[in-house]
Write a protein of this length. Structure first.
Length: 86
């Protein structure tokens, strides 16, 4: 059974099974520890299932990687300049 939350119809969705597995692994790790998993952890976990994480990530829609645009918080062209949280 699929649950729909009002107002989320415009949210991007995974387009392939590999993308869904990637997103599910990240979500499962986050909900278990309240911390985002590292790329290495996700890569090792999904490599055991035969999934190429780099390929899956490269095919994700941009909105799924960066979120919806927020004019008050422009995304830098180089991720290395994103300031760390205080």
């Amino acid at each position: 059974m699929e649950t729909r939350i009002s107002g989320t119809e415009e949210l991007p969705a995974a387009r392939t099974l590999e993308q869904q597995q990637l997103l599910q692994a990240v979500w499962d790790a986050f909900t278990a520890s309240s911390e985002w998993p590292t790329f290495g952890w996700v890569d090792r976990k999904l490599d055991k299932q035969g999934l190429d994480v780099v390929a899956a990530i490269s095919q994700l829609p941009e909105d799924m990687l960066r979120g919806f645009p927020d004019p008050s918080r422009p995304v830098p062209s180089d991720d290395s300049v994103i300031p760390s949280s205080p």
